[in-house]
Design a protein around this ligand. Structure first.
Ligand code: SF4
Length: 88
């Protein structure tokens, strides 16, 4: 899932969502992954997701069920998400 985007969106949401989808192809885990446009509301709006990321302005957050795990530079966002998904 990804957020509907709005004026707060701080990342290339469509690009990132596509990349995540691409990299999760073949992943058989029954999990809900969220890609959210901003760090302010993203984690809260994606509470029901097992894992997710929110951008940006150069850095983003990785969160799990609405709880922020840590902050990463924007270019590490998708890699960090993949690492967390592997751990689930
Ligand atoms: S997560 Fe942020 S960018 Fe996405 S819809 Fe919500 S407020 Fe807007």
């Amino acid at each position: 899932m990804s957020c509907p985007t709005c004026g707060r969106t701080r990342i290339d949401l469509v690009g990132i969502a596509n990349e995540v989808e691409e990299r999760l192809r073949g992943c058989k885990k029954n999990i809900k992954v969220a890609v959210m446009g901003c760090v302010v509301n993203g984690p809260g709006e994606a509470k029901e997701a097992d894992i997710g990321i929110a951008g940006g302005d150069g850095c983003g957050l990785v969160f799990k069920k609405g709880e922020v795990l840590y902050k990463v530079p924007e270019e590490r966002l998708v890699d960090a998400l993949m690492e967390e998904i592997e751990k689930l």
